[in-house]
Design a binder for this molecule. Structure first.
Ligand code: ZN
Length: 301
């Protein structure tokens, strides 16, 4: 049966901003999150607890968490190791997300460890999350293609998913980190993974690098995926760069779903307002298109 509702997880404050050249002050990040909540967002990847030397944009994670309205939404903190989850728990996150890269080369470049070592770190983080009774999710990065190894065989993704799932995350995401996927890949991989993860919820994370992001989201929803990541304005890559790597725009995704009769719980006018506000903060146009075209029909709310 077709889905009647989809949950959108807002990732602009973390995945989006981390790829932006402009470093936003803590207060602006907090305002972005507040605006997302006002627009109806209830799960937000708010911060990451990684080495600030590697990702200086996220160095103020504790300060951002301290300034957020408690209980207004579920705040997700990205962690990559034990130290990260200890910081996340101390900062009061609602849930943690861990990232395992499906290919060794990308995993080493991104996190300095092999995929095996990353899964071992996840096992340790999973124990800590379970002990602290904090919900956890794991994003399988490069699940549709790798910038260094090229094609990622489905069998490899299945193997990584199987080993990650052994440590019982509440949710597991297939991520098209470099925006290489097409709808056919999404249908194939979602169906294959859904068969082996039992009761673990499935989420998808798409980038619009090759303009297939919305089509891929549609394919994911058709395949029964009830949770999608997206970022306000589609931020995450410079729109003037040849290899822009933004997430799919939240407002464009919500427009498509709502017009299909799939509830998101979001206010389109408020999303548009926030995407426009974010442009002024980043000092460049954002890739999202709904904020330029406007709603249809005009009077719709
Ligand atoms: Zn991403």
């Amino acid at each position: 049966m077709a889905l009647r509702a989809v949950e959108i997880v807002e990732v602009a404050p973390r995945d989006g901003l981390q790829n932006e050249a402009v470093m936003l002050p803590t207060a602006v990040k907090v305002e972005l999150i507040r605006r997302a909540i006002d627009a109806g967002i209830r799960r937000i990847e708010a911060v990451s607890f990684v080495n600030p030397k590697r990702v200086p944009q996220m160095a103020d994670a504790e300060a951002v968490m301290a300034a957020l309205p408690h209980g207004a939404a579920s705040y997700i903190g990205l962690v990559l190791n034990r130290r990260g989850i200890d910081r996340a728990i101390a900062a009061g996150v609602s849930e943690i997300n861990f990232a395992v890269v499906a290919t060794d080369t990308f995993s080493r470049r991104n996190q300095g460890v092999s995929t095996d070592e990353s899964i071992a770190a996840w096992a340790e983080v999973a124990r800590a999350a379970h002990a602290a009774k904090i919900p956890s999710s794991v994003t399988i990065s490069a699940a549709f293609g790798c910038p260094f190894e090229g094609e990622v065989p489905l069998a490899r993704v299945i193997e990584v998913v199987r080993r990650v799932a052994e440590h019982q995350p509440d949710e597991l995401a297939l991520a098209d980190t470099i925006g290489a996927a097409t709808p056919r890949d999404v249908t194939e991989r979602v169906n294959a993974v859904a068969k082996i993860i039992g009761g673990i919820r499935l989420r998808c994370h798409f980038h619009n690098t090759r303009n297939t992001g919305l089509a891929n989201s549609y394919a994911a929803v058709e395949a029964g995926v009830g949770v999608l990541d997206s970022s306000l304005g589609g931020v995450g890559g410079c729109p003037f760069a040849p290899a822009a790597t933004g997430n799919i725009p939240t407002e464009d995704l919500a427009y498509m779903l709502e017009r299909m009769g799939i509830a998101t719980g979001l206010s389109l006018p408020r999303l548009i307002e926030t995407a426009t506000w974010l442009e002024t903060q980043l000092m460049h146009p954002v890739p999202g298109m709904l904020s330029r075209a406007g709603l249809f029909p005009r009077a719709a709310v």
